[in-house]
Design a binder for this molecule. Structure first.
Ligand code: URA
Length: 210
């Protein structure tokens, strides 16, 4: 495995992903689980946020204490399923700015094209978490990272709940300078680009659509 790829081994993350996979898991529970898993993963992903020392006056004396430095986090969900992951991470970093990247698949080339992209100011100075629960073929992920880089993004991490080996390979080879985090890496893709065993269509299950 590429050293830029981290697969989580925490029992809570594993357990909750297994609950997500179950086809009887209903929208309300599914949504809550996606938030909880994203929060647990986010806690670890944010381990290397840069810190600085500031002076603080406690009721006892003046001291120095660490806080998160400078421009903070930019969270960038890939529309639409990535939206399900924002709440959990924002519960850890409520002041994070949120950008959005929307993609559609070009009917001729079958490659993703962006239809909506808006990022927070100062993107070149922020740690950026691009989030999408499913890293399948890696096409949208690759395109989203390219877009964020074009806008000046430098410190980029890609966070997914379930990944396919094909997607991890494509993304890590296209962008060896980013960190990739996955809750699980599954067996592979079917002929329609769905992850097996996976959990089905994450967007439909988060939003209760079909
Ligand atoms: N997107 C999904 O929502 N599910 C998959 O299995 C693959 C891509």
């Amino acid at each position: 495995m590429n050293e830029n790829v981290t697969v989580f081994s925490h029992p809570l993350i594993k357990h909750k992903i297994s609950q997500l996979r179950d086809e009887t898991c209903k929208t309300k529970e599914f949504r809550a689980l996606v938030e909880e898993i994203s929060m647990l993963m986010g806690y670890e992903v944010l381990r290397d946020l840069e810190m600085e020392e500031i002076e603080i006056k406690t009721p006892m004396e003046t001291t120095t204490a660490p806080i998160i430095k400078g421009k903070k986090l930019a969270l960038v969900p890939i529309l639409r399923a990535g939206l399900g992951m924002t709440g959990g991470i924002l519960s850890l970093v409520p002041s994070a700015k949120v950008g959005h990247v929307g993609m559609y698949r070009d009917e001729e080339t079958l490659e993703p094209k962006e239809y909506y992209c808006k990022l927070p100011e100062g993107i070149d100075q922020r740690m950026i978490l691009i989030v999408d629960p499913m890293l399948a073929t890696g096409g949208s992920a690759d395109a989203a990272v390219q877009f964020v880089k074009k806008k000046g993004g430098k410190q980029i991490k890609f966070v997914s709940i379930i990944a396919a080996p094909e997607g991890v390979k494509r993304l890590s080879e296209a962008h060896p300078d980013i960190q990739i985090y996955c809750g699980e890496i599954d067996r592979g893709l079917n002929e329609n680009g769905y992850i097996l065993p996976g959990l089905g269509d994450a967007g439909d299950r988060i939003f209760g659509t079909k």
